[in-house]
Design a protein around this ligand. Structure first.
Ligand code: RB5
Length: 142
């Protein structure tokens, strides 16, 4: 199950990503927002981060205007590894190396096609399970 959430700055891109998830048969839960009224991104980052931590969802996608505020917030939760990506390579690398469990995107700084490519790369790339990457992740957690 994928959890997805945005503030107003990411709302339009979230609609595109929801369609992508649907087209590709991913089960998802939409944590809002549900229109373009102004909201505070921490109010969406928190329930998505908590859902990852309690196992309700396997991975999360968070979108704000830049992706910055919402990723900073998500990374305040111990056990969350939220990666703000604006390119394909980073999306693959953060799954293989960091075992990132949340992807953050900016709705105002990348186009929808680039964003969709990043989402697919993030969702279809497995963690490498390499010992050196596990060691580094353990150091983050500790
Ligand atoms: C909202 O205007 C904007 O500040 C927010 O979406 C995000 O870009 C914050 O990092």
């Amino acid at each position: 199950m994928i959890g997805i959430g945005s503030d107003h700055g990411g709302f339009e891109l979230k609609q595109e990503i929801l369609a992508l998830l649907k087209e590709n048969g991913f089960e998802y839960k939409d944590f809002g927002c549900y229109d373009e009224s102004s909201i505070d991104y921490p109010d969406v980052a928190k329930p998505v981060a908590k859902a990852v931590l309690d196992g309700t969802i396997g991975k999360g996608i968070l979108i704000c205007g830049t992706g910055i505020g919402i990723s900073i917030t998500a990374n305040k939760f111990k056990g969350i590894r939220c990666a703000l990506c604006s390119d394909h390579f980073s999306a693959v690398a953060t799954r293989e190396h960091n075992d990132a469990n949340i992807l953050a995107l900016g709705g105002r700084n990348i186009g929808p096609e680039v964003a969709k490519d990043i989402v697919m790369a993030f969702l279809t790339t497995e963690f490498s399970n390499d010992e050196r990457h596990k060691r580094r992740i353990n150091k983050i957690e500790n």
